[in-house]
Design a protein. Structure first.
Length: 258
């Protein structure tokens, strides 16, 4: 996973003091470049930005500017530190100034999609790795996951189901400060209604769940019994031990939620 090392530029004012009051953006779509926490480049004309207060933006560039994410000193420059897409705003890096022509507010789900795409298509020179798989197999070389769109099941504390899928609670210390993640499923998962426990399986054997091919939620249901409460033979293990019924539900996307 690649990070920008950001220098949030202000064309006319010095950097704000740490104890300064919150700034009011000129428009709802404006990004405060001084608050940038992470920036990804899913394609040569797009930058996806996450701020320190968990806001998300998508910046459009005037022309192709590949390689920005590979520059450890990449920076954003705008009047008084604001990026609104209104002119005289630049992404500086990779030996060039790239004019910014649009700024759109987004959400965690959209940012997660862009971050995944950046990891799939971007350069592979590592700067910072937030989450790694515990091991790599042939064909996994260069894959990295980030807490922007992955979580580690070993840090899961609790889970709940709602109409949009599943929400898991994790350790924020090991999850980039995120306490909750939305886990979207590729289709409905009726087995969750009778689940006693769930766990997650990484399709790439990385130990993290990102919505990659093969990532799945595994549901363990209550053991089935015959009428009267006795174990039916076809639902019993040898020796009369109850047999738990398991279902797998495909994970399609993961992203932090408040």
């Amino acid at each position: 996973m690649l990070h920008f090392a950001l220098l949030a530029g202000a064309m006319s004012l010095p950097a704000a003091a740490q104890d300064a009051p919150p700034r009011t953006p000129p428009a709802p779509n404006c990004l405060d470049a001084r608050e940038v926490a992470e920036m990804r480049q899913p394609d040569p004309r797009t930058l996806a930005v996450a701020t320190t207060d968990k806001r998300y933006y998508r910046l459009g560039l005037q022309q192709d500017c590949p390689g920005l994410e590979g520059d450890s000193e990449a920076s954003l420059w705008g009047r008084e530190g604001w990026i609104c897409g209104g002119g005289r705003e630049f992404a500086r890096g990779a030996g060039r100034d790239c004019p910014i022509v649009s700024s759109q507010a987004g959400d965690a789900a959209a940012y997660a999609r862009d971050a995944r795409l950046a990891d799939q298509n971007g350069p592979r020179t590592l700067a910072t790795v937030e989450v790694r798989g515990k091991q790599q197999r042939p064909g996994q070389r260069g894959f990295r996951g980030t807490t922007s769109y992955c979580f580690a099941p070993r840090y899961m504390r609790a889970w709940s189901e709602d109409p949009q899928g599943v929400v898991v609670e994790v350790s924020p210390v090991h999850s980039g400060g995120n306490r909750y993640y939305r886990v979207e499923l590729a289709s409905s998962c009726p087995a969750l209604a009778n689940a006693t426990t769930i766990n997650f399986v990484s399709g790439m054997d990385l130990g993290i769940i990102c919505g990659n091919a093969g990532d799945a939620l595994v549901v363990q249901q209550r053991s089935l019994t015959a009428a009267g409460g006795s174990q039916h033979p076809m639902f019993s293990r040898p020796g009369g031990m109850p047999l738990s019924i398991r279902d797998r539900c495909t994970v399609s996307a993961v992203y932090p939620r408040p």
